[in-house]
Design a protein around this ligand. Structure first.
Ligand SMILES: [Zn+2]
Ligand SMILES: [Zn+2]
Length: 272
């Protein structure tokens, strides 16, 4: 395997450790990160999805120098803050942690819940955008079946000087270009490698290289050829190989550019 350097820009290491969502717990994160580094995946960003996860994520980031953190409330987890009027204040304070590089993940998910029941999701998303603006941090957006509302809310929110990323991108080529125009990077996860994901590969093809990121979204969405297994950060490599093929460049070149992009977006204090 040729040497290269990749950043898994979205990996729920804390989920892997806790074994959430039906997965077996795997508490040996040092082994998982060592395995990733051997495949060239040298850095990981771990997003926190609800208040009970925030300190867990920060503990992982404190433990491993090559892990950075992002904190917010996932659209499918907004019930966790519905009765907590202080959640934004608590989040605001934790965002000052030195390993935090973004507000995320936040956004809208109309796949698991019909959009007409998602007022609170939309409110949390708007408030998270405002907080990112105040803290001068980039934002990590989760968007599932909610493209029009995500674009509308982003357009009405304060403009983020540092932009953000559409993580685990699931829209079409036009939406990718529309979000790039708004200053958002487009991050592809393991599902871009799936056989039927031709539309996603078209979106990747349309995305300018300097706006492209890679991620695994572990423990979800394990890419081909290891689809169906609990995902791990080393498989960023498979995502990168797929995107390199789509773009018609070498995986080394794809890795170099997406790593530069991630360093720029998240202001990572690392040199490659
Ligand atoms: Zn997500
Ligand atoms: Zn996620």
């Amino acid at each position: 395997m040729p040497p290269l350097t990749l950043i898994d820009t979205h990996c729920h290491l804390d989920y892997i450790a806790e074994g959430l969502h039906g997965h077996e717990p795997n508490t040996d994160l040092s082994e998982i990160l060592k395995n990733a580094a051997e495949k060239g995946v040298n850095w990981v960003i771990n997003p926190g999805v609800e208040p009970s996860a925030w300190n867990r994520v920060l503990a992982v980031a404190d433990q491993f120098p090559n892990v950075f953190a992002a904190l917010a409330v996932h659209p499918c987890d907004v019930a966790s803050v519905e009765n907590n009027p202080n959640w934004l204040t608590e989040l605001d304070a934790l965002l000052n942690h030195p390993k935090v590089v973004a507000v995320g993940e936040t956004g809208l998910d109309y796949f698991h819940q019909p959009s007409e029941t998602c007022d609170f999701q939309r409110l949390c998303f708007e408030q998270s955008l405002e907080l990112a603006s105040q803290k001068n941090l980039p934002i990590i957006i989760h968007c599932r079946n909610a493209e029009a509302d995500v674009a509308r809310i982003v357009d009405h929110a304060p403009k983020l000087s540092r932009g953000g990323v559409m993580h685990c991108f699931g829209g079409d080529a036009q939406f990718a270009l529309d979000m790039v125009e708004r200053g958002y990077y487009i991050s592809f996860a393991g599902n871009v490698t799936f056989k039927k994901a031709e539309a996603l590969r078209q979106a990747a093809k349309a995305t300018p290289l300097e706006w492209l990121l890679v991620e695994t979204d572990s423990p979800f969405l394990s890419p081909m050829p290891e689809r169906g297994l609990p995902n791990q950060p080393y498989r960023t490599r498979f995502v990168a190989e797929c995107l390199a093929e789509v773009k018609g460049i070498t995986v080394e070149e794809l890795a170099r550019i997406t790593t530069e992009n991630a360093i720029r977006l998240f202001g990572l204090p690392i040199t490659v």
